[in-house]
Write a protein that binds this ligand. Structure first.
Ligand code: PEP
Ligand code: MN
Length: 464
């Protein structure tokens, strides 16, 4: 399952003139916390500047090479994981369940659609959240908003909401231990194709979707036995025994990303070593802002969210700023339009970008444009709207002859009840049963595997 392509021989990505890991400080940085203790912040970032990188350039370049395949229509991107990771979920059980559902989705997509799948987790560092208001008011008490575990805590209490710089260092530690286990599991036998049955979590297996998955797993077993019967020594084929799950998060807290930026002494390129890939959120993609400045100089493959208000000129200007050398797969545009708007709003953007010659990946985030408050008062999303936005995304690309490069989804491996619908038809009165997210509602493992089957069908249709 390791992508078959070798790292690209592309020329090093040169940062723009005047860029440095700190040059974002001359721009307006929105969505940054008001850290309590600037000396403490300095002490923490100084320490991180000499700490070991979480990922190394060689791995990041492999991801770039795989994403170049996606940009050219030869592979598909699955970017998935938590909305906001919790420090408390850096446990072996939680990491295993999240890895397991991503592997299941990837195998469904690969098997049913016959395309290689690049797996990119919203994991091992997805600790920072942009917020629509800087403060939250309850019973006439106003406190700073919760901004993710790298900043503060969700409890509505003065001390919990303090933006504590020490949490930056804890985020680094949690990312490191999470990545360590992910690397061990994906390279050390857990992702072996002979284990596809074992990835099926009991609460998924008992359902229609679970049985469909079992049939697919039987097929894979048969295919492996067939290869062996033909005389192929499958033990000697590493792609059948290992997987690669890359890490990504929203590169929101620039003090953190800057402190983990390292220059590759061989090529002179700068890498954000906090993750293999980082993306810019919908609220921080201002062309003249600090985030676009920082992202323009790092050599990692990067993404930016694109919402329904984006104009074709704005998106092309973002491509010029973030992908000046027109490198296939360097930039992923993650469209989050909402099911109602996707058909109308996406087409003009895709056309303008194609005309500009930027070889971007188009991915769909069918989550963030489809969030609403249910009558029970809980923030939720309906599985049907999620599916409908993906369908709209595929239709636009089919009409324009462009490649629908991937999906970007919020999920968890647990049996949570946060999104409505799906084959089990989760209803509003069930949302309260296991509503555990710290931020946005996530698909549970059943809904995630179900979604993978539906996307696989769309991909199959796309190829005809
Ligand atoms: C997110 O991905 O969790 C998020 C906040 O998305 P957006 O920037 O698209 O609103
Ligand atoms: Mn979210």
């Amino acid at each position: 399952m390791t992508p078959p392509h070798a790292p690209s021989e592309a020329a090093p990505a040169v940062a723009p003139a005047g860029w440095s890991p700190a040059s974002w400080r001359d721009r307006v940085a929105v969505q940054q916390p008001e850290w309590d203790g600037l000396d403490e912040l300095r002490a923490v970032t100084d320490e991180l500047e000499s700490a070991p990188p979480l990922v190394i350039p060689g791995e990041t370049r492999q991801l770039s090479a795989s994403l170049a395949e996606v940009a050219q229509g030869r592979a598909f991107l699955l970017q998935a994981g938590d909305c906001a990771e919790s420090f408390d979920s850096a446990t072996p059980e939680s990491i295993e369940r999240r890895l397991r559902v991503i592997l299941q989705m990837a195998i469904v997509l690969t098997h049913s659609a016959g395309v290689p799948v690049v797996k990119l987790g919203r994991i091992a560092g997805q600790y920072a959240k942009p917020r629509s208001s800087s403060h939250e008011t309850l019973d006439e008490v106003s406190l700073p908003s919760f901004r993710g575990h790298i900043v503060n805590l969700p409890e509505f209490e003065t001390d919990a909401r303090r933006a504590d710089p020490r949490r930056i260092s804890q985020a680094y530690q949690r990312s490191a231990t999470t990545l360590n286990l992910l690397r061990a599991m994906t390279q050390g036998g857990y992702a072996d194709l002979t284990k596809v049955h074992q990835w099926n979590e009991a609460f998924v297996a008992a359902t229609g979707v679970g049985r469909r998955y079992e049939t697919l797993a039987d097929d894979i077993d048969r295919a492996l036995r067939f290869m062996q019967a033909c005389g192929l020594d499958t033990d000697e084929v590493p792609q059948l025994h290992e997987a690669t799950l890359y890490s990504s998060h929203e590169g929101l807290i620039l003090d953190y990303e800057e402190a983990l930026t390292r220059q590759d002494t061989e090529t002179g390129e700068f890498f954000d070593t906090a993750a293999h890939s980082v993306w810019i959120g919908e609220r921080t993609r201002d062309l003249d802002g600090a985030h676009v400045e920082y992202f323009s100089g790092i050599a990692n493959p990067i993404g930016t969210k694109v919402g329904p208000t984006a104009t074709p000129a704005e998106v092309v200007a973002l491509c010029d700023a973030l992908d000046p050398h027109r490198v296939p797969g360097r930039l992923t545009l993650i469209a989050r339009m909402g099911a109602e708007l996707v058909t109308e709003r996406l087409g003009p953007l895709v056309e303008a970008v194609a005309e500009s010659g930027h070889p971007v990946i188009w991915a769909t985030d069918p989550m963030h444009g489809n969030t609403f408050t249910a009558p029970s008062g809980r923030k939720t999303r309906h599985f049907d709207a999620i599916e409908q936005e993906i369908r709209g995304f595929f239709e636009v690309h089919h009409r324009l002859g462009t490649w629908p490069g991937g999906i970007h989804v919020e999920l968890t491996g647990d049996d949570v009840t946060e999104c409505l619908g799906g084959s089990e038809e989760l209803s509003d009165d069930q949302l309260g049963l296991r509503y555990e997210t710290m931020c946005d509602p996530r698909l549970n493992a059943r809904q995630s595997v179900d979604l993978a089957f539906r996307v696989a069908e769309l991909l199959r249709e796309q190829q005809h």
